[in-house]
Design a protein around this ligand. Structure first.
Ligand code: HEM
Length: 407
């Protein structure tokens, strides 16, 4: 039986909304109460259900026939519904279309292809670290964590160096949410239009016959059963890369830096033994994952936690909560590099399992290893740190830090 968290008043009904700025600050006490009081939570106002326990979240990932991705993975009205795939590509599709697109793109993400990228990832990480270390104090997000994944993805899809900062700025606007606005703010919608226009240009250049060796060209040329992807399909894929491949990894890097700072004994393990950086990455993924929740839609009546949900019900899978479930992770609120993290659900499971998981892990391991081998120790200015306000993604927009170089 799951225990109530210390100090929790179980007589008061628990309230959860992913739009709530207090949830962005610290969702974990609320998750703990949901797991005890309402493992299948109902929010009438926003018309969703939410699953909080590890067992149920995993079960939902593995039940894609009854819990569909076809309306996307976000609650936001602007991207929820059949139009979701315009910005989320095959993440917002079910078979057979999901299978068709995923199989085309997977070739770029095989373990072999990802391992081959290690040298480039290291070189990019070193460049950014050198520039930041020269200043001693810098913003971990804008000077490092935001740049490494953007550069890696940009090289994969073929975006010129000069355009990357602007693409990242637009991608940031896409995921930002204003307090108490239950949708994508105007700036985010405008950013989407600008980004779509920019991607159209990227595609037009390749259609015009330029010689490019990148994932975008490979997608434009790929044929499945005599069929080619349309420009709109390729644009949607580029959107997915800019958000799924970029934002989440940026957040992972900065979350690792922050929690390492908050727990000096754990940080010391990685600083003294760089071989332990992988444990630091895995425990960060478990303890405070970038993707906090994902949406599914029922395809008929479905029984969850003993309740029968109707057709077309919206169900949130709370990944951040599943990763703190005491039934699976003893003392879940302890940040501990020595624990078994093999059951974390940060990359999902089943049909939509994160295609970029190996790449994200590689970037985090290489980026943080380059840091701990250059830096003797570091400090974080938590007072001036700023969180992103997003309903799916958790992490920092700014994380000021000061580092001491190794002699
Ligand atoms: C820490 C970093 C990352 C996290 C936490 C993360 C998390 C996730 C999760 C939870 C899903 C499953 C979505 C679902 O079940 O509906 C997913 C899917 C996906 N991710 Fe990631 N991701 C990360 C990095 C990346 C990177 C670096 C890339 C690519 C460069 C990427 C590309 C994708 C794609 C293409 C999908 C859709 C797969 C499908 O629908 O078949 N992700 N990611």
């Amino acid at each position: 039986m799951t225990e109530a968290p210390p100090g929790a008043d179980t007589t008061v009904a628990v309230h959860y909304s992913p739009y709530d700025y207090a949830i962005h600050e610290d969702p974990y006490p609320t998750y703990a109460r949901l797991r005890v009081q309402a493992p299948l939570y109902r929010n009438e106002e926003l018309d969703f259900w939410a699953l909080a326990r590890h067992r149920d979240v995993l079960g939902a990932f593995r039940n894609p026939t009854q819990l569909s991705n076809r309306f996307g993975v976000s609650l936001d009205p602007a991207v929820y519904g059949p139009q979701a795939e315009r910005g989320m590509s095959f993440l917002a599709m079910d078979p057979p279309r999901h299978t068709r697109m995923r199989s085309l793109v997977s070739k770029a993400f095989t373990p072999k292809r990802v391992a081959e990228m290690e040298g480039r990832v290291r070189a990019i990480a070193r460049d950014h670290i050198e520039a930041a270390l020269e200043r001693g104090s810098f913003d971990f997000v804008t000077d490092f964590a935001g740049r490494l994944p953007m550069d890696v993805i940009s090289e994969m899809i073929g975006l010129p160096v000069a355009d990357r900062a602007e693409v990242r700025r637009l991608a940031d606007l896409l995921v930002h949410r204003d307090a108490d606005v239950f949708d994508i703010p105007r700036a985010g919608l405008e950013a989407a239009v600008v980004l779509a226009g920019y991607f159209e240009g990227v595609i037009a250049e390749r259609r015009a016959g330029g010689r490019f060796e990148d994932l975008t060209s490979a997608l434009l040329e790929a044929e499945i059963d005599g069929d080619r992807l349309s420009d709109d399909e390729v644009i949607s894929f580029l959107f997915l890369m800019a958000v799924a491949g970029n934002e989440t990894t940026t957040k992972l890097l900065a979350n690792a830096w922050f929690w390492g700072w908050r727990f000096p004994d754990e940080r010391a393990k990685a600083l003294t033994h760089p071989g332990r950086v992988s444990d630091w990455v895995e425990e960060t993924l478990r303890f405070d994952t970038s993707t906090q929740m994902l949406l599914r839609v029922t395809t008929g009546e479905v029984e969850l936690c003993g309740t029968v949900l109707p057709d077309s019900a919206r169900v949130l899978l709370l990944l951040g909560s599943a990763n703190r479930d005491e039934m699976v992770f003893p003392e879940p609120d302890r940040f501990d590099l020595d624990r078994d993290t093999s059951k974390l659900v940060s990359f999902g499971s089943g049909r939509h399992f994160c295609l970029g998981a190996a790449l994200a892990r590689l970037e985090a391991r290489v980026g943080l290893t380059e840091l701990v081998t250059t830096v003797a120790d570091y400090d974080v200015d938590a007072e001036h740190a700023e969180r992103v306000h997003s309903i799916n993604v958790r992490g920092f927009a700014h994380l000021p830090t000061t580092v001491t170089r190794r002699r």
